[in-house]
Design a protein around this ligand. Structure first.
Ligand code: SAM
Length: 229
């Protein structure tokens, strides 16, 4: 899918260079468009869905104020240095950082990385570190003591089939490469012997691989499977 950047400012030109994407003065409505709307880098799809990363708005703002109550935080336990290997829009990374964790986040999509970095720019702080990286490659280089915990939240497998998927997740689906080999993430993470691996799953979904978790935390919409080594 082609993504264009509106040619309306020096920072748009710089972004186009960074991401190696074409600039346009007129968008014909195909593919997706990136542009700065009210200072926020925003993605707009052909279906007129739009999204920008705003850490301090709406429900996420409410959740970050009571981050220690979040299921993702409870699943991480006392382990402090977390690798969020599947950052997406960075909500879980943000909640973990607000609960006091030292978070490094990986994301393979350069567009998703640009949008999340722009959200951090407007926040005027960097609550978590972001690396544009393929997670399986990165994790396979890790030693046991590099992190206390690896967190995995690959795409929910049936997301494409649901008519009720929220617009931000629909856009993420467009930008992210669908991966048939999500189990590789867990297999590679387990091989590092890092003490705790946490995998987010749909509440009633299957485990990511045939490997059984040592413990699970189940919330309303999702479940966190925990593997200890
Ligand atoms: C379900 S989303 C994660 C949502 C995230 N937990 C949040 O709070 O916003 C999954 C993300 O992981 C990324 N991803 C999946 N597999 C990956 C891999 N092997 N390496 C890097 N990124 C990956 C996808 O591009 C997608 O953006």
């Amino acid at each position: 899918m082609q993504i264009y950047i509106v040619n309306d400012s020096p920072r748009a030109v710089a972004l186009a260079q960074d991401l190696s994407l074409p600039l346009t003065d007129y968008w014909n409505g195909t593919g997706c468009l990136l542009r700065y709307d009210d200072d926020a880098l925003t993605i707009i799809t052909a279906e007129a869905l739009s999204y920008s990363v705003n850490f301090l708005s709406g429900r996420l703002n409410y959740r970050q104020k009571r981050a220690s109550h979040e299921a993702v935080v409870k699943a991480m336990g006392q382990k402090k240095r977390v690798l969020d290997a599947t950052m997406g829009w960075g909500r879980d990374s943000f909640l973990l950082s607000q609960a006091g964790y030292d978070v490094c986040s990986l994301e393979r999509s350069s567009i998703v990385v640009a949008l999340v970095k722009d959200g951090q720019r407007r926040l005027q702080e960097k609550p978590f570190k972001i690396l544009q990286q393929e997670a399986v490659e990165y994790i396979s280089t890790l030693n046991q003591n590099d992190f206390d915990c690896i967190y995995l939240d690959p795409m929910f497998p049936d997301l494409k089939k649901s008519a009720l998927v929220k617009k931000d997740m629909q856009i993420l689906q467009l930008l992210a490469t669908h991966d048939e080999q999500q189990g590789n993430l867990l297999d590679t993470a387990l091989k590092t012997n890092i003490k705790r691996i946490v995998v987010k799953r749909p509440a009633k979904g299957s485990t990511l691989t045939l490997e059984k978790p040592n413990h699970s935390y189940t919330g309303k919409a999702c479940r966190f499977d925990v593997y200890f080594s």
